[in-house]
Design a binder for this molecule. Structure first.
Ligand SMILES: [Zn+2]
Length: 322
């Protein structure tokens, strides 16, 4: 299909082969890193399953089913994702009521199409009782009913759920393929390589970085870590600056830069914006700092203020080099 990346096209071909052979599973778990286009793939699959006259393996785009999917009003397409709470903010969980509602609809006869398709994304955001409700739906598969779960981290789903789904993976592509795709989207080779490094090889994330000022931010974080190590910047000042502007992204970049620096010291191929750091600090200490940065990043949504988490990491960073 036009518009698919090579990695989407590979997953699509797998799904189509299963469909053509009559063994597309009732429950499909589409998993792989965020940014690779899982949702677009799943929507194309839903369109294909609900289309009255698919041709060349794709939805026709012209039948009533296709028009209703495009309008978001197809009665045989059920989609559950985050819903707003009473204050109008999006919840961070998918609740049992949503899964029950989906299960009830999926038990009905399709209204227009030959199939019913239910999507849940992100599937790992279901809470425990939602998972239990989903198990019931998974245990009662009916012909022409497709349940499709989308997860960035499928391993976080309970084994009882995973074992009842067939996994369709989208994996990070090889570096050359990712760079080719970024080039085809109009990105120059040098920034594309930098963005792909910053995105740990994820081309979708790299494209997001290239569209904003993330690369400049990452360079600034690298510079500030070097300055702080040399005692030319203060931890307190830096922490308040970091906390006031995209603290999570800065902390993530800091951790990844240190990890890349460690890889570089071990002879790895990545570029190393922290190359100017003094080599007096051992690999084990830097590794421990990286682990701490990961913990701090996970804690940013917690009860401690962001600035305290970040200050603790930056003070520790300075101490490593004194
Ligand atoms: Zn159609």
């Amino acid at each position: 299909m036009t518009g698919f990346s090579p990695w989407q096209a590979r997953a699509w071909a797998q799904a189509m082969a299963a469909l053509d052979a009559g063994r597309l599973p009732h429950a499909l778990l589409v998993g792989g890193p965020a940014g690779l286009g899982k949702r677009a793939l799943v929507r194309a699959l839903a369109r294909r399953l609900l289309c009255a006259s698919p041709h060349d393996g794709h939805a026709c785009g012209q039948c009533r089913g296709c028009a209703l999917v495009a309008a978001g009003t197809h009665p045989d397409l059920i989609e559950e994702t985050f819903e707003p709470n009473d204050k109008g903010e999006l919840r961070k969980e998918i609740l049992i009521g949503q899964v029950r509602r989906l299960g009830e609809k999926l038990a009905l006869t399709p209204q227009i199409a030959a199939a019913q398709v239910a999507l849940i994304h992100p599937a790992e955001a279901m809470n425990r009782s939602a998972f239990n409700a989903l198990l019931k739906t998974l245990e009662e598969p009916a012909a022409g009913r497709y349940l499709i779960l989308v997860a960035d981290q499928p391993q976080r789903l309970p084994a009882t759920i995973r074992s009842r789904c067939q996994l369709l993976r989208l994996d990070l592509p090889a570096r050359e393929e990712a760079l080719g795709w970024l080039a085809a989207h109009g990105h120059d080779a040098r920034p594309a390589r930098e963005a792909l490094d910053a995105a740990q090889g994820n081309p979708g994330l790299a494209q997001e970085y290239l569209a904003g000022d993330a690369l400049a931010l990452r360079r600034a974080v690298a510079r500030e870590l070097v300055e702080l190590a040399a005692g030319r910047a203060g931890a307190a000042e830096l922490s308040s600056a970091w906390a006031s502007d995209r603290p999570a992204l800065r902390l993530r970049f800091a951790g990844e830069l240190v990890r890349d620096h460690l890889a570089q010291r071990a002879g790895g191929p990545l570029s190393d914006p922290l190359a100017d750091l003094p080599r007096t600090v051992g690999i084990a200490e830097l590794g421990a700092w990286f682990d701490g940065a990961t913990r701090a990043l996970n804690a940013l949504d917690g009860p401690l203020r962001d600035e305290l988490q970040i200050a603790e990491r930056l003070v520790r960073w300075r101490e490593l080099f004194v």
